[in-house]
Design a protein around this ligand. Sequence first.
Ligand code: C2E
Ligand code: CA
Ligand code: CA
Ligand code: CA
Length: 282
Amino acid sequence: AKAAGGNQYVRADADSDARVIARHSLTNRLPSALENGEFFIEYQPLVRLADGSVRGAEALVRWLHPVHGVLGPDQFIPLAEQTGLIVPLGRWVLQEAARQAYTWRKETGDPRLRVNVNLSPCQLTHKGLVADTVAVLEEADLCPSALCLEVTENDLIGADEDALRPLRQLADLGVDIALDDFGTGYSNLSYLRRLPVSTLKLDRSFTRGMQRAPADPVDVKIVEGIVSLAHTLDLAVTVEGVETGVQAEHLRLLGCDTAQGWYYARPGPPERLHTLALADAS
Ligand code: C2E
Ligand code: CA
Ligand code: CA
Ligand code: CA
């Protein structure tokens, strides 16, 4: 990645970076990077389609590498998963995000603002997940319903009741669970009923065909079907990767509940959410 001044940066694509940067040197540096505070979080707003109000943001982690500049999660999360560092890193992200959500709510006076945090499969199977999450929420003085944990469909496929128990406990406490990248996995839809999830995050591959009019009729049918299924099961639908106004309007008409994407805002510093949330409250 190349620094381009301010907090703007150009991210080189993962393939070329992988060629340039020895994976093992990145892997070796991960633990000290966490200790040295080299990770930071950008937040991307989540917008309610019905009225355009900001409802919160997803926390997306980045690594400000002293030599290579800003690295995206696709370049280091897999390494952190292989080495187990994802557990302390994930806990750090959760802690930061919870504090941030507390601050947003306090400073805007808007109790609807929530924060979404991604969970990796290692965190899902880690024994301390429930206790750690509860501790983080208490420490941040954040109510459980202000947190949404995102897990991918693929990570839950094949999970039996024992494997789902921690998520179910968190859901019972009031934490929202979202099924991320929905539609990209092996979608046996009947399994949705037994998952403790309250939101489907539709993968952006389904909404790409709606960026410009006329919308791809097949994509429209698929989204229509998913929204109707989700609402039947009492699940909310969030759409990712909304890049144009045409797309946003179409998805609103199709009944999607919440949207996220460059059309509204790119991931950015936490302070920006105050501005956006305050602007829409007034
Ligand atoms: P994701 O959870 O599916 O996150 C959405 C990705 O789409 C983000 O990429 C975001 O920057 C990008 N995006 C948002 N809006 C648009 C848009 O309108 N158009 C397009 N083309 N892309 C958009 P990012 O930040 O590079 O994150 C990549 C993945 O890394 C995430 O995918 C998530 O799976 C993972 N990740 C990020 N932060 C964390 C974390 O703290 N923990 C874990 N375990 N994984 C994380
Ligand atoms: Ca996500
Ligand atoms: Ca996603
Ligand atoms: Ca993804």
